[in-house]
Ligand binder design. Structure first.
Ligand SMILES: O=P(O)(O)OC[C@H]1O[C@H](O)[C@H](O)[C@@H](O)[C@@H]1O
Length: 541
């Protein structure tokens, strides 16, 4: 089965962009790995970032090595797979495993409560994949240290339980070799967000029980189409993304139709936001929203549906979206392989931690407190309560702008909400949604035609975070942080996870406010009550 891109009623608008790309010889040049397609400035980076085009074939070589790891884990009864990895090092396995209906615990958080939850879950049967291309990502380094300690404390040798995926020569490779961990090296000519079909996508997914050979087969089936001028789904989708952005429809609403694929929009979100959101340009992916009428938005559905759809198996989807993103980058005139603004928030975080030493972090003082919610930020003096703050934020969204909600909280916490005895599926969903801070997105959506995104911090920093800082300066930002009642030490480091998490929020806030963007931080002094209060205020707006 291959993949089909249906352009719906937008076919005409796309044709001109596609014809131009064909006239310029782009499909053939991209198939040949021509790194000059994005201009001379992008060429050095592009020259080492096009390896994803050949992965359906080259990644097959990894399968025997992966099979050995899987056999060893099975023989030892390790059936709880934890993946520590940020952005491109975890988003693809999350989709692969959700689609394959095999369990995978993803750690892409610094929330101490969420990490404690993972640590408390079947440690005796846990295998941890530590995945980082650069080998220097602070969250992943922290998770490795924390699990090493937890295994030792439980009398388990970490070398029996930790598998590393990284690029050749990274600091993580050195650490792993010294510690005696098995290492699977990834293709260094593939960037993180294009790495779904590399060792980053395949190793944790195979350990969790997904069919990774089938994934490569499905990608291989679509690969030859990507060299064609006609019947090339990647070219059509890329021309669509580029054409719509040029027309001012630069908010891409991504929807999952009921299909065999689960959760692909979250992966696409990183791919498109980080690849295109720079130099004041870009396409903002919006996940979880209803289709809106607004003039700056357009909807693409994954799976069979009416309108604009991309339908086909997951392996093919990965390749086609990567190709389309590279094409959209050319249409927009940006380098789709770098992420020039991601580092800024990371540097702010490091500086905040260093400057604070052992003292308190520079949170400032709340401008107002409404029940269990403190409000921080540069706000007009006449705002009296949380409802006023939310209304002010919504009104601050400019023409063609957006609101980004960023929650530095435990994304599993809502599942703790009590569900009474024999509750129906609908009742359980309702109980869960009413305890889930992500519900805020939908509640605020009713009040505005502007796009609203929701991201878990620090996960989104490796995804839409690039667009927030590098894309059009049209964002309004709402951070949510929460009290930490059960912190986790990071062995060998002077900070705890809770302190790191807050420093990440403050570091990103600094990057946003330095651009003059409206930005507010809500701090929940009681997480459960704070979320309940926030949602009830939003409901009544
Ligand atoms: O795989 P790593 O090197 O740990 O990187 C993980 C992620 O973090 C970085 O900040 C980049 O912005 C992402 O593109 C990348 O996927």
């Amino acid at each position: 089965m291959s993949i089909e891109v249906t352009l719906g009623d937008e076919a005409d608008a796309v044709a001109a962009v596609k014809d131009k790309l064909v006239a310029e010889g782009v499909p053939a040049a991209l198939a040949a790995g021509d790194s000059a397609l994005w201009g001379p400035q992008a060429q050095p980076e592009a020259a080492i970032r096009l390896g994803w085009l050949g992965l359906p074939g080259s990644s097959r070589e990894l399968l025997p090595e992966i099979a050995t790891l899987v056999e060893r884990a099975r023989a030892e009864g390790l059936d709880h797979v934890v993946l520590a990895g940020m952005g491109g090092s975890s988003l693809a396995p999350e989709v692969i495993c959700a689609t394959g209906d095999v369990p995978l615990t993803v750690l892409d958080t610094t929330d101490p409560h969420q990490v404690r939850r993972a640590l408390a879950d079947r440690l005796d049967r846990t295998i941890v994949v530590v995945a980082s291309k650069s080998g220097g990502t602070i969250e992943t380094d922290s998770h490795r240290r924390i699990y090493e300690q937890a295994f030792r404390d439980a009398g388990i040798d970490p070398a029996e339980r930790i598998v590393v995926v990284t690029d050749p020569g990274s600091p993580l490779e050195r650490t792993a070799i010294e510690a005696g961990y098995p290492v699977v090296l990834a293709d260094p000519n593939v960037g993180g967000r294009y790495s779904a079909l590399t060792a980053f996508g395949l190793v944790p997914s195979a350990l969790a029980g997904a069919d990774v050979a089938g994934l490569l087969d499905d990608a291989a089936a679509v690969a030859p189409l990507l060299a064609q001028d006609e019947g090339n789904p990647g070219l059509e989708l890329g021309a669509l993304l580029g054409a719509r952005a040029l027309q001012g429809r630069d908010k891409l609403i991504l929807r999952d139709a009921p299909s065999e694929i689960t959760g692909l929009p979250d992966w696409i979100e990183q791919l498109i936001a980080e690849s295109t959101g720079k130099e004041g340009k870009g396409i903002l992916p919006v996940v979880g929203a209803e289709a809106a009428e607004a003039r700056d938005q357009f909807l693409v559905t994954i799976g069979p549906d009416s309108g604009t759809t991309v339908d086909g198996p997951l392996g093919a989807q990965f390749l086609v979206w990567e190709y389309a993103t590279a094409i959209a980058g050319r249409v927009l005139g940006i380098n789709p392989f770098d992420q020039p603004n991601v580092a800024e928030s990371k540097e702010n975080t490091t500086r905040i931690l260093q400057e604070a030493g052992d003292g308190p972090l520079p949170t400032g003082t709340p401008v107002l407190t409404d029940g269990p919610v403190e409000v921080y930020g540069d706000l007009p003096g006449d705002l009296k309560n949380l409802a006023d703050v939310l209304t002010w934020l919504l009104r601050a969204i400019p023409e063609r702008g957006y609101l980004a909600i960023m929650a530095y909280l435990d994304r599993e916490a809502a599942f703790d909400a009590a569900v009474i005895g024999d509750a129906s599926f609908e009742e359980m969903t309702e109980t869960w949604a009413s305890a889930d801070v992500a519900t805020l997105r939908a509640l605020l959506d009713y009040r505005t035609d502007h796009a609203i995104t929701f991201g878990w911090g620090p996960r989104f920093l490796h995804s839409t975070g690039q667009y927030h800082k590098g894309g059009p300066e049209a964002g309004v930002f709402l951070q949510i942080t929460g009290v930490v009642t059960d912190d986790v030490e990071v062995p060998g480091k002077p900070y705890t996870l809770g302190r790191l998490q807050l420093a990440q929020a403050l570091g990103d806030l600094g990057a946003l406010t330095s651009r003059g963007r409206p930005a507010v931080r809500l701090h929940l002094t009681d997480r459960v009550a704070g979320i309940r209060h926030l949602l009830s205020v939003a409901e009544e707006l």
